[in-house]
Design a protein around this ligand. Sequence first.
Ligand SMILES: NC(=O)c1ccc[n+]([C@@H]2O[C@H](COP(=O)([O-])OP(=O)(O)OC[C@H]3O[C@@H](n4cnc5c(N)ncnc54)[C@H](OP(=O)(O)O)[C@@H]3O)[C@@H](O)[C@H]2O)c1
Length: 372
Amino acid sequence: MEELYKIYIKQCIELAKNGEGHVSPNPLVGAVVLDKNGNFAGSGWHQKYGEPHAEPNAIKNAEQNGFDCKGGTIFVSLEPCCHYGKTPPCADLIISKGFKKVIIGCTDPNPKVAGKGIEKLKAAGIEVISGVLEEECKTLNEIFIKNQLQKAPFVAIKTATTLDGKIATKTGSSKWITAEKARKQVHRLRNKFDAIITGSGTIIADDPSMTCRLTMEEDGICGRNPIRVIVDSNAKTDPNAKIFADDGTKVILAVCENIEDEKISKYPPNVEILKCSIDAATGKLDLKKLTAFLYERGCCSLLVEAGGYLNGAFLKAGLADKVYQFIAPKILGDDDAMGFVRGFDVAEISQGKTFKIQSVQNFDPDILVTYS
Ligand SMILES: NC(=O)c1ccc[n+]([C@@H]2O[C@H](COP(=O)([O-])OP(=O)(O)OC[C@H]3O[C@@H](n4cnc5c(N)ncnc54)[C@H](OP(=O)(O)O)[C@@H]3O)[C@@H](O)[C@H]2O)c1
């Protein structure tokens, strides 16, 4: 029986991922309904912020397929809510439909729920089993969980390196380290995150547009561009850089608070200038305050796509929750070629920042190692 639970919760996780890029600040959730005889009846996921949650979508799908939910089982990757938000409580709907059993992946860290959804279901006489593929379900919602527990954005660094950890040659040449499949995956990551952060060094060297170029025809999903943020203390990036092109997505240029007005007046009107304070400890733009500000503005997840300096600064400030490292089977073997982390100087091996390998995926001929 336990194996069957895992199979359906795994299906919920995969369904939930269809909501990537559309549900923030809500969690990603998927649900599967079985009828009283254990037949698959329907499924659904939370598709868009403000719209129905996974449970009502799965129930509606089951009913449209001609099934009655009475006496059935609903599998859901996250504990059903029990409070009124933009939609009514899912626990109430499950009770009213007469389900006999609810199988849950993980509990909801939102203080308004946090176990109360389960209690409500149990109080109505429903059998509840929670914690099926719990770790996988928590990883699915690592952004939401950090937001809820720490009131801070989830920050990931994405980098493409050679086998010897380099992101560019000594001349600054970096196109392309990885091949097409890995680069496509980067677009999938961009679709998932609310904002991308890069540094002036990357804009000056590469002039990237940092958009999400996924199409329904080619990729099966229609990507959307995240907000783009350029950390550029002295506004030295070219106002004609591709990233400033007005494609309808917000672009923020984060500069130091004491910058002269004439330096920032050159940027097009679609670029929002954000004046940031200096961190007394580093003498650089304060990244903790920048990320806190972005969170207040609704950016629940930030993807850092920068060179070694900004990556290093995020790591040193203790702001990085995760690293996505695409590794190409190439060696530059050049002392002056840039590593993906700079300025994070440690004298002893024991002082190095340690991560846990979360997964290793193949994007032939490259791999993606994800660390958290
Ligand atoms: N392979 C990859 O995945 C990848 C990705 C991106 C870039 N790259 C390569 O990386 C190279 C550029 O690297 P980079 O290190 O010069 O660029 P970067 O990390 O993108 O930008 C560095 C700049 O950010 C600014 N900055 C503002 N606040 C900062 C803070 N608190 N801490 C640190 N920096 C801060 C600094 O300039 P100010 O002090 O003037 O503000 C600094 O020079 C290029 O060759 C590019 O091709 C490779």
